[in-house]
Structures are given as structure tokens and as C-alpha cells.
Design a protein around this ligand. Structure first.
Ligand SMILES: [Zn+2]
Length: 335
């Protein structure tokens, strides 16, 4: 099958054309960090207190890397696995509008969590009309985590636009309320298993509550959305998620990928009708003037690909702070 992109005819025989993946939860600036945490915690606040030592290694060195560069690596982590849209849980940054590897959801309201945000109602009220309101909730296995859904309800910030990230600690009455309200949930199975030793049950996943899959950051989950898809399959079998509905995204027919099959790393990623990533075989069709814009991205356990970002320079800049062993969500990046 042949497809024309940027006026170039690409022979996609042997590949499936699929919509770009949507990563419903990430913190892009932590892409190069290692996983941090020593044990399973009762809730996310306990985890955060244990790992947040900005004056100590390794957090100190990572924070010395300019944030715009860290965000770019976060974009590449998503691009490499076929994500074309990512939902970043933090303020929207100017760098996302400026030649960023993937689309970043732009219209949203958000708060970190009940523990780390005092004015949740104000944040909810500031959400643009028709946009989702994103908040970490129920990220724990204790009573506090179970009670968060009711606290959010009391604050008046629960409706069908609310997107609850994690929700691991909710109990049957909490799930009943979530379903009644029509709120969405983002499931980050590998992050939950690492920090809490538990994640959502098969019953909850299949309960009809709108669900999306997210990676969370490499602070708690190594790898990328393909690793998350594999974990989800092992935990609950085949299940179709609906990130676009929960995040209220319009269809993006100009975003698509080509891969040997769903769940495999892509050989082509097109965002906004522009080639962002291409495998070496397909790249042979690129005219020299376009080929010059691409650089190799070589990651441990993945076949090398070409991307439109200057990876050797990004690697050099990161290595100034981290040394030669630069890892993108655990996978070593080679020059
Ligand atoms: Zn998060």
C-alpha cells in the first residue's frame, strides 16, 4: 500500500496504518529521570515526601538540565512509541507550540491533587468551557485515598468533564459515584504497581466508566505507552480505551502511524501531515533535502529510527549533567 506524505510516496507494504496513540497522562519534564521510590506506599503523598530531595543525586543533576530540553525528551519518549497526542499534567508550556515532537493537549483545566492544591474549586472554575478538568485522585490504598472522591464531590468539582487520574483507592461507593456523575478515569497500571503495589481491577476496567490509558512519568513507570499497553493486556485482556472522548479532543485525521501491528513500535509517525519519525527502510524514499532534517534516535531494545529533532545535540546537552549514561524512561539512548 502506498501513501503520499509531504509529496513523497511511501511504500507501506507489510505495515498497518493506525491512528496515532493518545497518552492520557504524563509529566513530560521527567522523561530522563530514573524511577524513584524504595517500597510500596500507602498514598502518593508518602511517595512524594520520600523521593523529593532536590539537593541530592539524582534529582539534583536532572534538575540542572534546562526544562525546555527535558520537555523535548518527553516529547521524543512519546513520539518513539507512536503517540501523536499527549496530555501533560502541569501548565501548558510555550515550547509545545514551537516544533514539539507530538501534540500536547492545550485546552484543559487541572489541579495536582487534594494534597498539593489548596484552591481546587478555583482551578475547576477556571477550566475553559467544554475542556476536561484533570486531577490526581485516589492515588493510594488507604482511607484517605478512598475518601478523595467524596471530598471532590463536596468541593463541587465533579462532573462529566472531570478526569480522575489513578483512582486506585476508590471503593465500591466511590466507583458508584464516579459512574453516576459520568467522570472519566485515567489508568496508569505500571505506575500504580510500582508505587502502590496495586492497580485497578478487571471489574472496574469493564464497568462502563470511560477509561483512558496513561504512562505517568518515568519517576514511577519505565518505558512508554507500548509497555503500558502490554501491561494492560496482561492484566485485563483486550480492552478498548477512549482517551479522545475523556480528553474531549477533536478527531485528527492528519495524525497517524504505520507499524507492523498494533502494540509494536512504529516505523512511521505522521503528525499534522508531517513526518516526525521514520524507519531506515522507509527513509530511503526521502529526497535528500528532507532527509537532511532527520537524525538517528537509537534506544536500547528498540530498532533505530530517524526523527526530525537533533538527538545527537540533545544527548550531548543532557550528558553534560548526567554523564554518558543517558536513559529515556530506562532505555539507554546511544549516539
Ligand atoms: Zn501523574
Amino acid at each position: 500500500m502506498k501513501r503520499l506524505v509531504e509529496g513523497i510516496e511511501l511504500d507501506l507494504d507489510g505495515l498497518q496504518i493506525l491512528p496515532g496513540l493518545i497518552n492520557a497522562h504524563d509529566h513530560l519534564e521527567f522523561a530522563l529521570f530514573p524511577r524513584l521510590g524504595q517500597r510500596h506506599y500507602a498514598n502518593a503523598t508518602e511517595w512524594a515526601r520520600d523521593i523529593y530531595h532536590p539537593d541530592q543525586s539524582p534529582v539534583r543533576e536532572h534538575l540542572q538540565i534546562p526544562k525546555s530540553l527535558r520537555l523535548q525528551w518527553g516529547g521524543l519518549r512519546n513520539l518513539a512509541c507512536g503517540v501523536t497526542t499527549v496530555c501533560h499534567h502541569n501548565p501548558y508550556e510555550a515550547v509545545f507550540d514551537d516544533d514539539f515532537p507530538v501534540r500536547v493537549v492545550k485546552s484543559y483545566g487541572w489541579a495536582h491533587s487534594l494534597a498539593f492544591e489548596a484552591n481546587i474549586r478555583d482551578r475547576f472554575d477556571a477550566t475553559p468551557p467544554g475542556a476536561p478538568f484533570l486531577i490526581h485522585a485516589g492515588e493510594g490504598t488507604d482511607e484517605d485515598a478512598a475518601a478523595e472522591i467524596f471530598k471532590l464531590d463536596e468541593l463541587g468539582v465533579l462532573d462529566e468533564r472531570t478526569v480522575l487520574i489513578h483512582a486506585v483507592g476508590f471503593r465500591s461507593d466511590g466507583w458508584k459515584l464516579t459512574r453516576k456523575i459520568g467522570a472519566g478515569v485515567v489508568w496508569c497500571p505500571r505506575s500504580n504497581l510500582f508505587t502502590l503495589g496495586r492497580t485497578l481491577s478487571q471489574d472496574v476496567i469493564a464497568s462502563g466508566i470511560p477509561m483512558a490509558l496513561g504512562t505517568d512519568s518515568p519517576l514511577t513507570a519505565e518505558g512508554d505507552l507500548l509497555d503500558e499497553i502490554r501491561a494492560a493486556r496482561e492484566l485485563v485482556g483486550e480492552y478498548s480505551f477512549d482517551a479522545a472522548r475523556i480528553l474531549r479532543l477533536s478527531p485528527q485525521p492528519d495524525d497517524w502511524i504505520a507499524a507492523p501491528e498494533f502494540g509494536e513500535p512504529p516505523e512511521l509517525v505522521v503528525v499534522g501531515d508531517r513526518i516526525r519519525l521514520i524507519g531506515p527502510r522507509l527513509a530511503r524514499a526521502l529526497p535528500t533535502r528532507i532527509c537532511r532534517e532527520f537524525y538517528p534516535l537509537k534506544m536500547e531494545t528498540r530498532l533505530p529510527v530517524l526523527v526530525r529533532w537533533n538527538v545527537p545535540r540533545m544527548l550531548e546537552e543532557a550528558a553534560q549533567h548526567l554523564g554518558e549514561d543517558v536513559r529515556l524512561a530506562r532505555r539507554r539512548v546511544c549516539a
